[in-house]
Each structure stands twice: as C-alpha cells, then as structure tokens.
Design a protein around this ligand. Structure first.
Ligand code: NAG
Ligand code: NAG
Ligand code: NAG
Length: 243
C-alpha cells in the first residue's frame, strides 16, 4: 500500500450472516453462515457512496475515484467459485483445526489471540455484545497465515483496477452481526463481501471524527451517530456480496 491521503473509516458487519426471513431465496446464498441479527441494528437506507458497474473504465476509475473519493464497484468481478469455497461447511472442513489469529476490536493496542478456527466459529462468532468494550471483543480479520490459507486465496478474483505504485495484500475475515473495528486511518483499500453484508462509515482525510478508541463500533452507532449534525455525518453505505 502506497503513501496516500488516508480516509478515516469504520466498517461494521451488519446482520452479517442474516438473510431476511421474507426473502427465502437469500437463505440459500448465506453459505450456512446465517446467525441471528443483532437486535439493535435497524435496516439503514442511506448510501452516500456512488455505485458503478462493469462499464466503468480504468481511466474513469483513476480520474474520478482513485485519488478522490470512495466508490462501490458492482459486478466487476465474478467470485462465484471463491464464494462456493467459503461456505461454513467447506471452511470448517478445511481449516477447522488450523489456528487463526484474532484481534481485539479497538483502534489501538491490538491484542492478538490464537484459537482454532472451529473454536472461533463455535464460541465467538456471535452478535456483538453491547456490554463489552472493543478491547474485549475478539474477532478474525486479517493476520492470515498465507501458507495455510494461500490455496483458498488463490481462488479469489481481485478487481482489475490497481492504483499505480501499489501492490495488494489480502486480508480475509469472518465476524458476527454488529461487530467491527472502530474508526482508524487507512490507505487505499478494496473490500469485497462474500456472504452477509458490511456497512462502512468514512470521513475524508481533513475531518477527524469523535470516537472512543476502546468502545465498540456498535456503541458508536447507537450512542453517537444518531446525534451527529448533518455536517458531521460520515460518508456511508452498506455493501453486499459481489460489491
Ligand atoms: C461466474 O462464474 C461461474 C463459474 O465460476 C459461472 O458459472 C457463472 O456463469 C459466472 N457468472 C457470470 C455472471 O458471469
Ligand atoms: C503458518 O502455517 C504454517 C503451516 O501450518 C506453520 O508452519 C507456521 O508456523 C504458521 N505461521 C504462523 C505465523 O503461525
Ligand atoms: C484503551 O485500552 C487500552 C488497553 O487495552 C489502555 O491501555 C488505554 O489506556 C485505553 N484507552 C483509553 C482512551 O481509555
């Protein structure tokens, strides 16, 4: 990742593994990861990030977005095969006994804990506990062992666009409804949802949001976000599989 103007960003796994009961078809595409939705999460409807489809050219991407603003790319890659490898049954069969390195869900002072993937899924993959601090919440995001997970990652089709002068590093994670990392600085990145959905909150480099580095993303969403005046609201959107 090259030196770039960072965006403050926060991402929240929303209803991560939930399919709407009324949309039964989506139950078939949850990969077996369906869990209960966090009771505190309501359906959000505002998206202030542009969505572009596969007609977006590389030149347009560079000119309009790469150095200026976030964008959601739709249908630009086909990760059907990768998705099929990421069902709960397949990942547990293949990686259940492998250790995964978990991080605490706070902004600084990341504590790391190694746990078998099966134990993580059985014991920790649940909706974010409102009473917990981010520094007490463990989740699997990044810190991947590329020796063990490499053959799976090879099946991932990255988007065809690259920022000049950067190389990519993969970060793969699975987390429960309402979980997420609080605001932190980030260079250029691309994030694709395989199952579930993920809600993003971003601020441009010149705007630093108020947040407590050890509280959970969910507590920010419930206690701070609703009271922000319009000019202090983040850019936001929820992305779905294939975006
Ligand atoms: C995506 O790829 C799969 C094979 O991996 C193929 O069956 C499917 O038709 C493709 N979908 C689209 C929209 O191209
Ligand atoms: C990654 O996995 C390999 C193969 O199981 C193992 O030898 C190595 O110690 C692991 N690396 C880390 C940092 O855990
Ligand atoms: C956040 O938690 C860490 C320990 O995990 C502690 O050292 C630090 O002082 C806390 N920061 C704040 C602002 O409370």
């Amino acid at each position: 990742m090259g030196p770039r103007e960072p965006f403050f960003l926060l991402s929240l796994i929303l209803k991560c593994f939930l399919a709407f009961p009324e949309v039964l078809a989506s139950l078939e595409s949850d990969g077996g990861w369906l869990t209960s939705q966090h009771a505190a999460l309501l359906e959000e409807d505002s998206c202030t990030v542009e969505r572009r489809d596969a007609t977006l050219t590389y030149a347009q991407f560079i000119e309009q977005y790469a150095f200026a603003r976030p964008v959601i790319l739709q249908g630009i890659t086909n990760n059907t095969e990768f998705q099929e490898c990421c069902t709960k049954a397949k990942l547990l069969a293949r990686f259940g006994d492998h250790l995964v390195r978990l991080s605490t869900a706070n902004t600084y002072s990341y504590r790391k804990v190694d746990l078998p993937f099966q134990d993580y899924v059985d014991q920790l993959l649940e909706p974010q506990d409102l009473a917990s601090l981010g520094s007490e919440t463990l989740y699997f995001f990044g810190d991947n062992n590329y020796t063990e997970w490499g053959p799976l990652f090879q099946k991932y089709r990255p988007p065809p666009f690259r920022l000049p002068g950067t190389t990519a590093a993969y970060s793969f994670g699975i987390a429960g409804s309402g979980s997420g990392v609080p605001f932190h600085w980030h260079g250029p990145g691309y994030s694709e949802v395989i199952f579930g959905r993920k809600r993003w909150f971003l601020y441009p480099p010149e705007k630093t949001p108020e947040f407590h580095p050890n509280k959970t993303t969910l507590s920010w969403l419930l206690d701070t976000y609703p009271f922000l005046p319009p000019w202090e609201r983040p850019i936001e959107c929820t992305i779905h599989p294939g975006e």
